[in-house]
Design a binder for this molecule. Structure first.
Ligand SMILES: Cc1cc2nc3c(=O)[nH]c(=O)nc-3n(C[C@H](O)[C@H](O)[C@H](O)COP(=O)(O)OP(=O)(O)OC[C@H]3O[C@@H](n4cnc5c(N)ncnc54)[C@H](O)[C@@H]3O)c2cc1C
Length: 440
């Protein structure tokens, strides 16, 4: 039941990784302050990365649940399910819903995530193209692939595009992916790991085109928006499709921040307490541009573990906890067609001031570490990821690894290789690093 006076101590806009973790953290400091979460999607909080499992038929909403059914009750949260906030007024400290209801806040969190980027492709508005970022998108794709052998064209071979490809393949679609860069997953992986993923895709029968872009799409029914069409590539090649998925990246969803006059760059700028430029307004997750541990500067890191961690720090700080956010890092643990890949920090160093060590494991796996001034700043493990989590925590701890850097590449690498002092410190800290990022 919403509060009758419409006034809340805390309002969270966005019911996903950042918003929910913020609410929980906030409650660990303040059991009784009034708290509302607004979520535009008419669903309880779910794991967004699992929408590919949903399309593939491996999961349902029940399996995708990120918190128990009673989460909102237990945490005394007024959950405004399926309600979009359309206005934010920083001066009068109010938000307004799409239906025109106004709610006041003492502290506000923007956890609005990101939106799919729409590329400037001629004719795109005339084809009923799909995006792949939420539950509704997944449901639409399930419907659109009822007939076996649907010709699916995916524009973009980043994380979301490849996950869409995997899901559509599982539904029996004939999948083609077109990627503008020279290789798949160019931001998350290096050349060798991209090659491994591409080989798996091609072995499964997917058609992968890299270093090419779709310049134009032509609707089959003259723009009546009911059927597929043809995509024309820069090299003149034409690809017919029944289903088009556009997955060329996401951008922080900043319309409320802009309305409220918050300082923004690529995302909403936040300080070390996740505070925006306006008093009592915080931002966390994909929408925020927060300090990046490895790069040493603010960055948007649109990844689930970062959203959860930022959410927690924002929640603590909103409730008066005063905890400094340790910093994000681009960390990912994901599987592509059964190939597990773990990466963190700087995977593709921008210049040769970095030291790069790589190795091929006996079982066909691949491991890479990136060092700068003897400090581990990046890693990538594909295929055999056991024990690789320890590398992620070494990055977080900014550990000097000069004396045992070669051991980082061995498949038997574990705590035992660390110098005694480092091991002892890690035991004392209860491995605060990677373990603090693992979901409950
Ligand atoms: C297909 C896919 C696969 C992914 N795989 C991985 C992966 O393997 N690993 C990984 O680390 N990350 C992955 N990600 C990224 C990860 O899901 C995001 O980083 C994470 O969801 C960000 O969480 P968030 O809380 O910041 O925002 P979001 O999860 O985007 O949630 C924001 C929520 O706010 C709501 N909202 C926005 N504006 C308003 C408003 N005005 N009023 C009310 N509600 C509003 C939105 O509807 C949405 O529900 C994947 C993403 C996708 C789409």
């Amino acid at each position: 039941m919403p509060r009758l006076d419409g006034k809340y101590d805390y309002i969270v806009v966005g019911n996903s990784a950042a918003g929910v973790n913020a609410a929980e953290a906030l409650r660990s400091f303040d059991r009784n302050g009034s708290l509302a979460i607004f979520g535009e999607e008419d669903l309880p909080v779910y794991s967004r990365p699992m929408i590919s499992n949903l399309v593939a038929g491996e999961a349902d909403l029940q399996k995708m649940r990120y918190r128990k059914k009673n989460f909102y009750n237990v945490n005394k949260i007024d959950f405004f399910r399926g309600v979009r906030i359309t206005k934010l007024n920083a001066k009068s400290r109010a938000v307004v819903t799409a239906e025109g209801q106004s709610y006041a806040w003492r502290k506000l969190l923007l956890a609005t995530g990101s939106l799919p980027f729409r590329p400037p492709i001629a004719g795109l508005e005339e084809v009923p193209y799909h995006t792949f970022v939420n539950y509704q998108d997944a449901q639409r794709l399930i419907k659109a692939t009822k007939a076996p052998g649907t010709r699916a064209l995916i524009i973009g071979a980043g994380l979301i595009g490849v996950k869409a490809a995997e899901a559509l393949y599982a539904r029996g679609a004939k999948v083609t992916i077109v990627e503008m860069m020279e290789r798949m997953l160019p931001a998350a992986l290096d050349e060798e790991a991209s090659r491994m993923v591409q080989a798996i895709c091609e072995n499964k029968g997917l058609h992968v085109i890299t270093g090419e872009c779709v310049e134009q799409v032509i609707s089959d029914d003259g723009g009546k928006n009911t059927r597929g069409g043809t995509a024309r590539l820069r090299n003149g090649e034409e690809i017919g499709f029944d289903l088009l998925v556009v997955a060329v990246g996401v951008v922080p969803r900043m319309e409320l921040a802009q309305q409220a006059g918050l300082a923004i760059n690529r995302g909403v700028l936040v300080d070390q307490y996740l505070r925006t430029s306006q008093e009592d307004i915080y931002a966390a997750g994909d929408v925020a541009e927060a300090f990046d541990l490895v790069w040493g500067e603010p960055r948007v890191n649109a990844l689930w573990p970062n959203a959860t961690l930022q959410g927690r720090y924002a929640g603590w700080n909103m409730a008066g906890g005063k905890r400094k956010y340790p910093g994000s890092q681009s960390m990912n643990s994901v599987e592509f067609f059964g190939l597990p890949v773990l990466s963190a920090g700087i995977v593709n160093p921008p210049d040769d001031s970095y030291e790069v060590l790589t190795s091929r494991m006996a079982g066909g796996g691949y491991r890479k570490v990136v060092l700068r001034d003897d400090v581990l700043v990046g890693m990538l493990v594909a295929g055999e990821v056991e024990k690789a989590g320890i590398l992620t925590s070494l990055i977080q701890e900014k550990a000097k690894v000069r004396r045992f850097k070669q051991s980082l590449l061995t498949d038997s690498f574990g705590h035992i290789y660390l110098p005694k002092a480092v091991r002892q410190a890690r035991v004392q800290e209860g491995q605060a690093g990677i373990l603090s990022l693992v979901e409950k």
